[in-house]
Design a protein around this ligand. Structure first.
Ligand SMILES: NC(=O)c1ccc[n+]([C@@H]2O[C@H](COP(=O)([O-])OP(=O)(O)OC[C@H]3O[C@@H](n4cnc5c(N)ncnc54)[C@H](O)[C@@H]3O)[C@@H](O)[C@H]2O)c1
Length: 703
């Protein structure tokens, strides 16, 4: 028997323990081990019931990601599950930690399921562009009914043990030791027959769905809206529909066929790419995982504005005490008031209990004297985006912060090296570029300065993880990775308006393509005045440096700063965030085209998508070439987690790879000929296209 699974008898129960650290993934060795242990249990005359349990911190947490994309060596998981289900001795899954994907499918093969209250179950395959391929789509509806099964399978969301019990997934919650509880449970069911417990043979829970044929049509149309172009949730519905309408074995075959289609699809490849890319972002070639990190037990945040408040919440939510420093009492009170309201909103939604909120609020202290930073292990600066203010502040921090403290700035565009130069410890200075709203958005660009010490890089990356974020390392340049690319994207979108499109057409083309939000709706949400102020500053220092449409300036000159002004590229009814097309804006755009002498033309949606998305790709290639981004998958993760780029397209660089870089280049060259110098193809794009390669062929660049 493989070492990944062992069999032993405890009293009259045969105990099958899966021991494949760290998460008991269903590798070939585990599948084979389960088959062998089951055979042993069946043959053990002293065992009257068989328990499947996980060693370590969890039950089986899913497939083995190392086996992704490869044909699976036998035994097939369906064979393992079929063996558990057909056993004449009752089989019991004893669940702690998480039973996910194939892990839950194994549990559904058992005749009974018991769990500790902290356990969670789920079928998250849909998030990787797949569906549960070992009977999950056939057994779960038979166990709990079609509608709740659809909810779980199409969302991929986890369900906590108590709710799983209510749904009927879990038969009994075990207080205290799981194995002891499972053994007691096994003794209580040992003499019962197993035939009526085989989920494959049940169909009473399917009666409702059979009686309401509209269920699937309605469910499909709701999911189609939510999925915004992603296929797998819809294919999950097909599979559950098969469970309702076909005999079990035919349904299982249908599930298998759909799985085979999905597993080779571009969307699944993209989602699996995104899954690995997020993990890969933590690997920094010259800062190995063994690099010591500085302990972060306390923090200070300077500035209690939009970003400072959200950043302070991140620390408090992670249990790290944080002092927020402001210049004036009213600003401090306003900032902390917003924090309190945000937490209260989460409590009101039932996603946080009052006690936890109180604990978090107790971790946040306010101060008006900068000397309050003196004990902080990390200081995050989030004051106004003005170099003079930041320089002055860092010079002061240098004198006040304790030796070895990490001095971080949340700047979204300024030169970290210039800020670091104000201190005598530039090695301790780093950028931590959180995204707005900082308590919600997962992305943090960790910006490495020329002199930032390796252990400070490692500390900031680990801190990002501790705060529940997705940290991605980038280098210093104007806008870093995300915003430097978004500048090109927005500029193209605005040129499209001059040429013939309207904001709502551009936005619809992009959201139909999969973006979470259109570019103009996004501008209205973030505030159009932010870029306007930056452009005015730049115009003063670097006249005519960059060509851009002046429409955005005109929109701001009209006071149309966006949602906060109830008017921007769209108009907004008071108190509403729904963007409404506005004839005023149409008039403005038509007048601008006329002023420029441009004959407006109809622009097709796919041309809109190419103009905007390829602007991202071309700039991304330049960032790779300059070493500002370490690898193309880092750019993909930045866009998926920070900018609402559809994960099922894998991020801008992965998407370009799937189109083919020669084809992307041909369009970029065409835009260069017709639209101007800023479309100069990135040399890296030209090189890869010439060599028939992809961005994903590049390894990580040494920084
Ligand atoms: N708002 C965003 O969407 C966003 C996103 C990413 C990064 N950023 C960056 O985060 C930083 C903060 O932006 P914001 O939107 O929160 O600004 P904000 O104007 O909302 O808040 C800035 C706060 O800093 C305070 N402040 C100014 N000088 C100070 C000083 N010397 N000491 C203590 N407090 C001081 C101000 O009173 C104000 O409350 C900027 O560098 C900005 O570029 C902003």
């Amino acid at each position: 028997m493989s070492q990944a699974v062992r069999y032993e008898r405890r009293g009259s129960a045969g105990v099958i323990t899966v021991d494949n650290p760290p998460v008991n993934a269903l590798s070939q060795a585990v599948r084979q081990g389960l088959m062998d242990a089951l055979a042993q249990g069946r043959g053990d005359s002293a065992a009257t019931a068989l328990i499947v349990i996980g060693a370590g911190r969890t039950f089986i947490a899913g497939a083995d990601i190392k086996e992704f994309g490869r044909p699976l060596a036998p035994p097939d998981l369906n064979a393992v599950i079929g063996g558990l289900e057909s056993s004449a001795k009752p089989t019991i899954a004893a669940i702690h930690g998480t039973a996910l994907g194939g892990g839950l499918e194994v549990a559904l093969g058992c005749h009974y399921r018991v769990a500790v209250p902290s356990a969670q179950v789920g079928l998250p395959e849909v998030k990787l562009g797949l569906l549960p391929g070992a009977g999950g789509t056939q057994r779960l509806p038979r166990l709990i009914g079609a509608k709740p099964a659809l909810d779980m399978i199409t969302s991929g969301d986890f369900v906590r043990a108590a709710q799983a019990k209510t749904l009927g997934i879990i038969d009994e919650l075990v207080a205290g030791d799981l194995l002891e509880g499972a053994i007691r449970f096994a003794e209580s069911v040992a003499t019962r027959g197993t035939a009526e417990r085989r989920i494959r043979d049940r169909d009473d829970k399917l009666a409702d769905a059979r009686g309401s044929p509209a269920l699937f049509a309605e469910y499909r149309s709701a999911v189609r809206k939510r999925a915004r172009g992603q296929e797998s949730p819809l294919r999950c519905i097909d599979a559950v529909e098969a469970a309702v309408n076909l005999p079990f074995d035919q349904g299982l075959k249908r599930e298998r066929d759909i799985f085979e289609e999905l597993v080779t699809s571009t969307q699944a490849r993209a989602l699996i790419h995104a899954f690995f890319a997020e993990r890969e972002a933590m690997n920094i070639p010259d800062v190995p995982a063994t690099t010591p990190t500085r302990p972060i037990k306390s923090a200070a945040v300077i500035g209690a504005g939009t970003m400072g408040g959200g950043i302070a919440m991140n620390f408090a939510s992670a249990g790290i005490p944080v002092t927020v420093v402001e210049t004036a009492q009213d600003a401090l009170e306003r900032g902390l008031g917003v924090v309190r309201n945000n937490y209260a909103g989460t409590v009101a939604k039932g996603r946080l209990d009052q006690g936890a909120m109180d604990e978090r609020m107790a971790l946040i202290k306010g101060a008006l004297d900068l000397a309050a930073v003196k004990d902080a292990d990390v200081v995050v600066e989030a004051v106004f985006e003005e170099m003079a203010i930041k320089k002055e502040l860092f010079a002061k921090l240098d004198k006040l912060a304790k030796p070895g403290a990490v001095l971080a700035t949340n700047t979204s565009s300024l030169d970290i090296d210039a800020i670091a130069a104000e201190t005598k410890r530039p090695q301790d200075v780093i950028g931590t570029h959180f995204f707005s709203p900082a308590n919600v958005m997962r992305l943090v660009e960790v910006v490495r300065g020329a002199q930032t010490a390796k252990d400070v890089v490692a500390t900031a990356m680990r801190l990002g993880k501790t705060l529940g974020k997705v940290p991605v390392l980038v280098g210093v340049c104007d806008g870093f990775v995300g915003n430097r690319m978004i500048f090109q994207y927005t500029r193209e979108a605005e040129f499209l308006l001059e040429e013939g499109a309207l904001p709502w057409q551009v936005d619809k083309a992009l959201t139909d393509w999969g973006m979470a939000m259109g570019v103009f709706a996004m501008g209205d949400m973030a505030g159009n005045d932010v870029g306007w102020r930056i452009r005015k500053q730049q115009a003063a220092s670097r006249p005519n440096d960059r060509r851009y449409s002046h429409l955005a300036d005109q929109v701001c000159e009209m006071g149309r700063y966006g949602q906060k002004a109830n008017a921007g590229w769209y108009r907004y009814d008071k108190g509403s965030r729904t963007p409404l097309p506005d004839p005023e804006i149409e008039k403005l755009i038509l007048a601008e085209s006329k002023r420029l002498g441009v004959t407006r033309q109809t622009i097709a949606d796919d041309e809109i998508v190419k103009r905007t998305i390829y602007a991202l790709v071309n700039e991304g290639a330049k960032l790779l070439e300059e070493g500002i981004a370490l690898r193309s998958s880092d750019i993909d993760i930045i866009y998926i987690t920070g900018y609402g780029f559809p994960a099922w397209r894998g991020g801008p660089m992965f998407y370009a790879d799937t189109v083919g870089l020669d084809r992307v280049l041909a369009d970029v060259q065409r835009f260069h000929r017709t639209h101007g110098y800023f479309w100069r193809p990135a040399p890296l794009l030209e090189k890869l296209a010439r060599e028939g390669k992809r961005f994903s062929h590049l390894g990580a660049r040494q920084s």
